[in-house]
Ligand binder design. Structure first.
Ligand SMILES: CC(C)(COP(=O)(O)OP(=O)(O)OC[C@H]1O[C@@H](n2cnc3c(N)ncnc32)[C@H](O)[C@@H]1OP(=O)(O)O)[C@@H](O)C(=O)NCCC(=O)NCCS
Length: 198
């Protein structure tokens, strides 16, 4: 189900929530919808459709957390948190993708805030983001959250050091998590209704 996006109208606000393991097919559909340049920037090199399908099937692997931005039940932007096993659970890598009609609306910035809160609550000491040197937008978002940037092997590496968790970060995640399953069901309903209308 690869429905085209036409960009949200003002009243069509999106909603950020965690992606369930059973929804990894939505990640696959979203990544397939990225245009070639965004796909290249997301993975740091060109990747095939098959690669994306295989990659997305691992979304629910142990320790991975994916946040999605949903508009009318469709996943239009994603932030993926993947533990860095070499750092023994102390660090995770984060990656972003936003479909073209939805860029420059602060969505990746919003998703980054959610990822940082999750990193805090899991006691992560470093959140690492790798992007291409000319990816000024991604670097602006990382700087916005206090990242230190350095160049390594032709890539820009941003290191965000999350604060310790506090009452607000715990309760915030708990309250959002309570609504995840309800919103997942509502999003499914919207997608089913949307495809019936096509
Ligand atoms: C990079 C990407 C994630 C940004 O998503 P987005 O939702 O458009 O980003 P936002 O609207 O939240 O924020 C854009 C930021 O870039 C800044 N910006 C916009 N255009 C810019 C430019 N030409 N130069 C520098 N900064 C720019 C904005 O001011 C904003 O920064 P701020 O939050 O400090 O104000 C999106 O374009 C994308 O998916 N690109 C392809 C995949 C990718 O590059 N992933 C990153 C590697 S994992």
């Amino acid at each position: 189900m690869l429905r085209e996006a036409h960009g949200p109208s003002e009243e069509q606000l999106g909603f950020v929530r965690r992606l369930l393991t059973s929804e990894s097919y939505l990640l696959s559909e979203h990544l397939h919808r990225l245009d070639p340049e965004a796909r290249h920037r997301r993975f740091g090199h060109d990747v095939s459709d098959d690669f994306i399908t295989r990659y997305a099937s691992h979304a629910g692997d142990f320790g991975n957390v994916t946040f999605g931005y949903f508009v009318e039940g469709e996943l239009r932007a994603v932030a993926e948190l993947r533990p860095d096993n070499l750092m023994h659970g102390a660090a995770a890598e984060v990656a972003f993708s936003v479909e073209k009609p939805f860029v420059n609306r602060g969505i990746a910035t919003q998703l980054m805030g959610r990822v940082i809160r999750t990193a805090r609550n899991r006691g992560l000491r470093h959140l690492i983001l790798v992007c291409m040197p000319d990816n000024a937008k991604m670097q602006a978002i990382a700087r916005h959250y206090g990242a230190e940037l350095k160049i390594e092997d032709g890539s820009v590496i941003a290191d965000i050091v999350p604060k310790d968790p506090d009452y607000q970060s715990w309760v915030g995640e708990l309250l959002d998590e309570r609504m995840t399953y309800l919103h997942s069901a509502l999003d499914l309903q919207k997608r089913v209704r949307g495809s019936a209308e096509l």
